[in-house]
Design a protein around this ligand. Structure first.
Ligand code: AHR
Length: 348
């Protein structure tokens, strides 16, 4: 382990020299920031031979959910908990994730944690990790690989179920409103295309949509899970379609962007408005938006995956078997609930 720490620190130093010699160095290595390099110096001082070295390849920082997910890993994979964490922010680019994994392999980390931006394109680099004997734990989004032994296990949300749950909620809501026989015009702000969260939510909601002949999906377009892009796409939808009844936003931040666009267009939304807003994630900010009457319902996606991944690593360290697929429990929230009380206990 000591050898590994020396290799890690040595490589970080080389990477630092290399980064400083290239104008686009930050992108080349993902976000191997000054903070990480300082962590390397901390590790030298601490010289914890027992630390488990973990390389975590994060998607980016596109949403409130993502920030909560990063915090969950950073707060779990601490020196006090016996870890040495190398954190890479891929800035929503798969090529950065592939480079980061190759760096982790060079650094001889003990474990790689991958939150893949998209599902495909991982076979080659995961083969390299397997050849190096480094277990890869996939978290949040999934990978589609020909050989599933290329990763140890996956832990995250059932995105398909989240999408179905949202569709069923809409059917019940319309029925309660006495609108189940009406033509319902729907638009969708999709997440990053080909990410598991987008694929599952689009497919799950789509399954319920296909059960309702009077629901019309006017258009689906990606807003890339960001508030700015969500707002931009919603502005475009509002310009094209006069009679939108429902906007399905595949994450909270795009919902916040959609609300901005709706209000700027002089339209209303949420509980007493004329456009129903459905969101996914259910972060505290979405609770506030529901309390403010802007969003109708939020379908939970649990970002607190750090402790679950740590538990998997501890079990692997003890030589125990781990389940290949682990779903986290999730629910939904809407404006009929005591959101004020629930918000008090919301940790993200
Ligand atoms: O993969 C999880 C999704 O990614 C979350 O719903 C979204 O907010 C994030 O960007």
């Amino acid at each position: 382990m000591m050898r590994k720490l020396i290799v890690v620190v040595g490589l970080l130093f080389c990477v630092m020299l290399w980064v400083s010699s290239c104008s686009t160095g930050r992108v080349e290595v993902g976000e191997l920031s000054g903070e990480e390099l300082l962590r390397g110096q901390d590790a030298l001082a601490v010289e914890d031979e027992e630390a488990i070295v973990v390389g975590f390849c994060q998607v980016g920082s596109e949403s409130d959910w993502r920030l909560a997910n990063t915090a969950s890993f950073r707060n779990t994979f601490t020196e006090e908990n016996g870890y040495y964490l190398i954190f890479e922010d891929a800035q929503n680019k798969q090529e950065n994730q592939i480079k980061a994994i190759r760096n982790f392999i060079l650094q001889e980390v003990d474990y790689i944690i991958l939150d893949p931006i998209v599902e495909t394109g991982w076979d080659g680099v995961l083969e390299e990790a397997k050849e190096a004997g480094i277990p890869v734990i996939v978290s949040d989004r999934q990978v589609q690989v020909a050989d599933t032994s290329l990763y140890t296990c996956w832990v995250g949300s059932d995105f398909l179920e989240e999408g179905r749950r949202a569709g069923e909620w809409l059917a019940n809501y319309l029925e309660e409103q006495g609108r189940s026989g009406e033509e319902i015009q729907i638009v969708t702000l999709q997440g990053t295309l080909d990410s598991s969260a987008q694929l599952g939510r689009t497919e799950g909601f789509g399954q319920v949509l296909s059960e309702h002949d009077n629901w019309n999906m006017l258009e689906r377009q990606t807003g890339d899970f960001t508030q700015a892009k969500g707002q931009e796409v919603m502005e475009e939808f509002l310009g094209k379609y006069e009679d939108i009844d429902v906007v399905v936003c595949e994450n909270d931040n795009m919902a916040f962007g959609a609300v901005e666009a709706i209000q700027a267009a002089g339209r209303t939304c949420g509980q007493d408005g004329d456009i129903i807003v459905i969101s996914f994630d259910a972060t505290s900010a979405a609770f506030q938006a529901m309390l403010d009457g802007e969003i109708n319902a939020a379908f939970e996606c649990n970002p607190l995956l750090g402790p679950l991944v740590s538990d998997i690593i501890q079990r692997l360290e003890r030589g125990e078997e781990v389940e290949k697929v682990q779903y986290v429990e999730e629910t939904y929230f809407d404006t009929t609930m005591d959101l004020e009380e629930m918000l008090k206990n919301r940790t993200y």
